[in-house]
Design a protein around this ligand. Structure first.
Ligand SMILES: NC(=O)C1=CN([C@@H]2O[C@H](COP(=O)(O)OP(=O)(O)OC[C@H]3O[C@@H](n4cnc5c(N)ncnc54)[C@H](OP(=O)(O)O)[C@@H]3O)[C@@H](O)[C@H]2O)C=CC1
Ligand SMILES: Nc1nc(=O)c2c([nH]1)NC[C@@H]1CN(c3ccc(C(=O)N[C@@H](CCC(=O)O)C(=O)O)cc3)C=[N+]21
Ligand SMILES: [Mg+2]
Length: 286
């Protein structure tokens, strides 16, 4: 079987074009979406993201502000910046790039961001709302995967979904969104006994591990949908996913490439959340 390539770049471009029109309209009513991105130190994966996010903001007409802090920044300094951004009503959304350098407390930083400006949807209040199913923001990467699946005409209902990875950022919320769409969801992780066997059961397989090409062809069922969230920069500078693409593509019915799959969808969902935050914060709903 030759797999259909799920073109996240093209789908994200359509979404951003719609958002651009929405932002133009909002500006006529005095609402100006603005995103503040805080980046501490120089994690390479975060850097790609920050660059692409800035370009997407420019395209959509969203103001973007970058706060690049040195790796030696103290917890107190970081929390003071977030407090300032929380109280600045020209800022719609705040995103603090993770992971933070050694010595900084990620949980405290996530908790400090006002839930109404939490465009990553990492704050416990937003996480709780997502679990209950009545939410303002969805986490960007899982939401991007769901939009790409829906745009591709793939129905999740009743399907066996296997998510590899259980991080708070990707794996856990991904599993919850698949469940909301009536998937039968299995979550795998580093203690899973026979990973290949679990994966081979999947109609929809999502890899969010951070291990280059961990998922080989023998982990993929004939006709499965394979979603590769992984973004791994190899020593030769090549970017590869968590899935061995060509092996998996031989068996899959549909598969996302890296780059050009989930990454661009994540950015589009961040833009969507920022526009939503601008609207919510202007109507005093929060
Ligand atoms: N495209 C995008 O938009 C984004 C991409 N990413 C990428 O997605 C990947 C995952 O990110 P993130 O969730 O933050 O990663 P984490 O490191 O936080 O979590 C990785 C998860 O994978 C599990 N795991 C690790 N090794 C194995 C293994 N050998 N077998 C089975 N499970 C394993 C871990 O299990 P355990 O819990 O037991 O330790 C953990 O649950 C990375 O490549 C990251 O760069 C991340 C965010 C956005
Ligand atoms: N608070 C926080 N929120 C995040 O969502 C977050 C984060 N921290 N830290 C880092 C990870 C990683 N991440 C990426 C998203 C998109 C691309 C992306 O645009 N990828 C493109 C381009 C890749 C390239 O060309 O190098 C693609 O896959 O096609 C990359 C990486 C978000 N993350
Ligand atoms: Mg992580």
């Amino acid at each position: 079987m030759s797999a259909k390539i799920l073109d996240g770049k093209a789908v994200s471009q359509r979404i951003k074009t719609e958002l651009k029109a929405e932002v133009e309209k909002l500006k006529q009513t005095g609402i100006k979406p603005a995103l503040a991105v805080v980046i501490v130190g120089d994690d390479p994966a975060s850097k790609i993201y920050v660059r692409n996010k800035k370009l997407a903001c420019e395209f959509c007409g969203i103001k973007s502000l970058e706060f690049a802090l040195p790796a030696e920044t103290t917890q107190k300094e970081l929390l003071a910046l977030i407090e300032r951004l929380n109280n600045d009503n020209t800022i719609s959304g705040i995103l603090c790039q993770l992971p933070l350098p050694e010595g900084l407390d990620e949980e405290a930083v996530i908790n400090a961001i006002s839930p109404a400006k939490d465009v990553d949807a990492f704050h416990p209040s937003n996480v709780g709302k997502i679990m209950i199913g009545n939410f303002d923001f969805l986490p960007c990467t899982p939401a991007g995967v769901m939009e790409l699946i829906a745009e591709s005409g793939i129905d999740v209902s009743g399907k066996k979904c296997v998510v590899v990875g259980r991080s708070n950022i990707v794996g856990k919320p991904m599993s919850m969104l698949l469940l909301h769409k009536n998937g039968t969801v299995t979550i795998c992780h580093s203690r899973t006994k026979d990973l290949a066997k679990e994966c081979r059961e999947a109609d929809i397989l999502v890899a969010a591990v951070g291990v280059p090409e961990l998922i080989r062809g023998d982990c993929v069922k004939e006709g499965a949908v394979v979603i590769d969230v992984g973004m791994n920069r190899l020593e030769n500078k090549k970017l590869v996913g968590d899935v061995a693409f060509s092996e998996a593509a031989e068996k899959a019915a549909a598969i996302t490439p890296v780059p050009g799959g989930v990454g661009p969808m994540t950015i589009a969902m961040l833009m969507k959340n920022t526009v939503k935050a601008a609207v919510l914060n202007s109507t005093g709903k929060n």
